[in-house]
Design a protein around this ligand. Structure first.
Ligand SMILES: [Zn+2]
Length: 364
């Protein structure tokens, strides 16, 4: 069986790393950079980013990122970058900014440097962009030719982001070990295109251990806007360990159930990692996991303020037929549910969602 592990060429993490952006671009032998930057970050760090590139003789075109990560926008930027004689693409900001930068890199065959300014998902390290239509609906998943060249996590910036985002990233990262474990049991093909590796599974386990060890302290520090060692360890868990863990370890029921839940308008306001946290509990119900394991997940989610009940997901009183539709969607085609080590029916998913809700309501 082919085994594939994929990862960014370089993952850099520390405090104040954004000030070294020019240096990292110069290491790629870049002379001209096209940077997509979230408006809030541009207003705070635009000057420092410019100076850093000037110091290393990297000509910089800065563009405030607005709108959607749509194919139209991506092609517009590719044309601008090509006309501007650019040799590296930079994305600085949240998920859509980074996904746009990754897609621009894919279509222009230029290297990409990503600077996530929040740690709310494990997407930055992956070779995948999620594209939306201009009016904000999911368009398609774009598999990329290669993984990002450089990912730079500036812990000082991430520590100042809203704590709910860090907690959501912890929810996304919480599922990684359980999903990689399910894929290891089934021998499923992972997002990287082969079976899971020892390396990916070890990172998924390290991710899980780090969340339990440092999660509470990191959230406390983040609430005070304080960059600390604990925040740094959770940033590494949320972005890097979970990123490699999911891409090369595999996704399973938790993300399948998350995907099904996205059909329900009522929980649109619930963040990706928050839905994944609830869906992780549902996966454990599906697997009939040992009570001690379920208690650990419930304790962790309670500590992090992650949703564990339908009501906390904005779904109180939802008719069972609609939950059944979401359950059915989660089993569709050859999606991540097919990576489970046993066949899963929509009815079993519905029962697992209801069992997770019941356990969530029981409290710790
Ligand atoms: Zn995820």
């Amino acid at each position: 069986m082919t085994q594939i592990t994929s990862s960014p060429s370089k993952y850099i993490q520390g405090g104040g790393e954004i000030r070294k952006l020019g240096f990292y671009c110069s290491q790629l032998e870049a002379q001209g950079a096209y940077a997509l930057i979230d408006p809030f970050i541009l207003s705070l760090y635009g000057e420092e980013i410019t100076q850093s590139c000037e110091r290393h003789s990297v000509r910089l075109l800065q563009h405030e990122f607005r709108g959607e990560c749509s194919l139209e926008q991506v092609h517009r930027i590719v044309a601008e970058a090509q006309a501007g004689g650019i040799d590296v693409i930079i994305g600085i900001g949240g998920g859509k900014t980074l996904d746009t930068a990754k897609a621009v890199s894919h279509f222009s065959s230029l290297p990409v440097v990503l600077v996530p300014t929040v740690a709310s998902t494990d997407a930055p390290c992956s070779a995948l962009s999620v594209l939306y239509t201009e009016d904000g609906r999911l368009d398609r998943y774009l598999p990329l030719r290669r993984s990002p060249d450089v990912v730079i996590a500036d812990v000082d910036i991430i520590a100042k982001a809203p704590p709910r985002l860090l907690a959501a990233g912890m929810g996304d990262a919480l599922s990684t070990y359980y999903e990689a474990r399910a894929c290891r049991r089934s021998g499923a093909v992972t997002q990287a295109g082969g079976s899971g590796s020892i390396a990916a599974f070890a990172l998924a386990k390290a991710c899980y251990d780090t969340l339990l060890e440092d999660g509470a302290e990191a959230l406390r520090d983040c609430r005070e806007g304080r960059s600390s060692d604990a925040v740094g360890r959770i940033v590494e868990a949320n972005i890097y360990l979970s990123g490699i863990g999911f891409e090369s370890g595999g996704l399973a029921a938790a993300h399948a159930i998350h995907n099904g839940l996205t059909l329900l308008e009522e929980c649109r306001h619930v963040l990706h990692g928050e839905k994944v946290a609830f869906a992780t509990l549902a996966q454990l119900m599906l697997e009939q996991a040992p009570p001690a394991e379920i208690d650990t997940v419930v304790d962790f989610c309670r500590m992090a303020g992650l949703p564990l009940t339908l009501s906390e997901m904005g779904l109180s009183g939802i008719p069972q037929e609609r939950l059944a539709e979401a359950a059915s969607a989660s089993c569709a085609g050859d999606g991540p549910m097919s990576c489970m080590p046993f066949t899963v029916s929509p009815q079993q998913v519905l029962e697992a969602i209801l069992a997770a809700d019941k356990r969530g309501r029981q409290g710790v």
